[in-house]
Design a protein around this ligand. Structure first.
Ligand code: ARE
Ligand code: CA
Length: 474
């Protein structure tokens, strides 16, 4: 279940973290479809506990499988999936199979009004009773398989996926989403579930629906959240045959490199040589909704220049199943998403350049990022050729005869004549500008008959990247 069922030549997923279904439907039609995005990872769709202040993470505490959350109800969800599929954008849902809500706030009420008593493990909305859960214990030792898989991750009531009743309820829930037209799932906390149980569950799911535009016998795409930085008791290798796995080492290493801790010339061997999973099994990202809050080497929207460079490399280099993060602004771990006085999520608003202005960051609407999504589509299925570097942190390479990228992460200028591998002509650098009505609002690059071009990226340029491809030729 490694096939994301992308449409045409598309190949990038965006995580619209905490967006409402109606806003996602509009975004598919107005922006993601036209810009060539392949799919959206959406926030959990099932009922969650209502927590004071409405932190984003309340959505990781399920109360039932009713499709009612702050993002919208079932009708709105179904409408979103239909409208996104209609413009060739797939929907992948973040699903919580490991646990239900924790009992931190006593008697609980969910976003659909369902009551539950997490303390006694009573979730009548499903229904689940205490016997559907593992006996309570805490994870103290992250090298103890029993604790990791059968104790409570941060106090979240831990479901026993070996039980028939639990399996049945989880399969019904996922099949319901498939019925509504989704293309697959991000499986939260997969490491905290035995892979044999997940194998049973994934294998029991129905095929994707032909009436939603999927081929016959198409299996749901699965990507599993397994944080494995190496030397772990429960490893990514227990899961990668079942579906793709989030490759956290990618996020770590790309952050290291573009923070300047590692010369970019080493990226020539990017991929499995770095200890990453094989390309078709790795869900790759510069940051995700957890590690962007953790600090450390991971790059985020808060360091935009380096973030855009890392993202350009991510989308230019043929490795992994790429996911772009689209965040809301936050100060600390618990900051709530943009909401009004009634604690309802608010819709993103855009300025005249299409950038988000009201608390949503919308990295996916940054030109340097969405134009690299277009680059990745244009160069699909071509290899890296003509790698060039200056022995330090200026690099360049071709993608077949379809695209060329140069990156300057040194504190001095790059100004060189380089092989671009492109047919002769004038191209628009899609990082510094856009090609609009036949003219380029950024740098133009003239490629000669020998495929070579003069390339300049000043150390003071707004961005440290230059990218040209055959779909942005003047
Ligand atoms: C919140 C509060 C807690 C409280 C709890 C229950 O913050 O203080 O105890 O509620 O009331 C998210 C938030 C949590 C939040 C939770 C539930 O991040 O803060 O707890 O929702 O609302 C491990 C797991 C990995 C997990 C990370 C966060 O292996 O699966 O921890 N990631 C997913 C999601 C999260 C989500 C959950 C799981 C829970 O992406 O957004 O939590 O559904 C090493 C280990 C990793 C470990 C990592 C971090 O790297 O190898 O396995 O990840 O450290 O601890
Ligand atoms: Ca578990």
């Amino acid at each position: 279940q490694h096939n994301p069922h992308w449409w045409g030549n598309r190949n990038t997923i965006v995580h619209l973290f905490e967006w409402q279904w109606e806003d996602i439907a509009e975004e598919c039609e107005n922006f993601l479809g036209p810009r060539g995005f392949a799919g959206v990872q959406v926030s959990p769709a099932n009922e969650n506990i209502v927590s004071p202040g409405r932190p984003w993470w309340e959505r990781y505490q399920p109360i039932s499988y009713k499709l009612i959350t702050r993002s919208g109800n079932e009708e709105q969800f179904a409408d979103m999936v239909r409208r996104c599929n209609d413009v060739g954008v797939r929907i992948y849902v973040d699903v919580l199979l490991n646990h239900m809500s924790a009992d931190f706030y006593g008697q609980a009420v969910g976003t659909a009004g369902t009551e539950a008593d997490p303390a006694t493990k009573s979730f009548p909305g499903v229904p689940y009773t205490a016997e559907d859960f593992h006996p309570s214990c805490q994870i103290y030792d992250w090298n103890d398989r029993f604790q990791i898989q059968q104790c409570e991750l941060v106090g979240l009531k831990d479901l026993d996926q070996s039980r028939d009743h639990v399996r049945t309820k989880l399969i019904e829930f996922l099949d319901h989403l498939i019925e509504l037209g989704v293309a697959g799932f991000r499986v939260d906390a997969a490491k905290h579930m035995a892979s044999e149980d997940l194998e049973f569950i994934y294998g029991s799911l129905s095929d994707l629906k032909t009436e939603h535009g999927f081929p016959h016998n198409a299996r749901p795409f699965i990507f599993q959240e397994v944080i494995d930085h190496g030397g772990q008791e429960v490893s990514r290798e227990e899961y990668n045959s079942l579906g793709a796995v989030t490759e956290f080492r990618f996020s770590q290493e790309i952050g290291n490199a573009f923070r300047g801790n590692n010369a970019l010339k080493w990226l020539q061997s990017w991929g499995t040589d770095w200890g990453f999973l094989s390309s078709g099994q790795a869900l790759t990202f510069v940051d995700n909704h957890d590690n962007q809050r953790d600090g450390g080497a991971v790059l985020t929207y808060k360091t935009p220049r380096q973030y855009k460079m890392a993202t350009a490399f991510h989308l230019a280099y043929p490795y992994g199943i790429s996911r772009v993060m689209s965040s809301f602004a936050f100060d600390d771990h618990d900051s709530a998403p943009p909401q009004n006085a009634q604690e309802e999520l608010i819709s993103p608003e855009f300025d005249s350049d299409g950038a988000c202005v009201n608390g949503w960051i919308c990295e996916h609407r940054w030109r340097q990022i969405y134009n690299m999504v277009g680059f990745k589509n244009a160069v699909r299925d071509t290899p890296v050729t003509n790698w060039w570097d200056n022995g330090d942190s200026q690099i360049a390479f071709c993608r077949g005869s379809k695209g060329f990228i140069a990156i300057n992460n040194n504190l001095y200028n790059l100004a060189d004549t380089l092989q671009t591998c492109l047919p002769a002509g004038v191209y628009c650098d899609v990082i510094s500008g856009d090609l609009i009505n036949g003219s380029c609002s950024g740098k133009s690059v003239t490629v000669g008959n020998d495929g070579r071009a003069f390339v300049s990226i000043g150390s003071n340029d707004f961005d440290g990247v230059l990218a040209i491809h055959v779909d942005a030729k003047l």
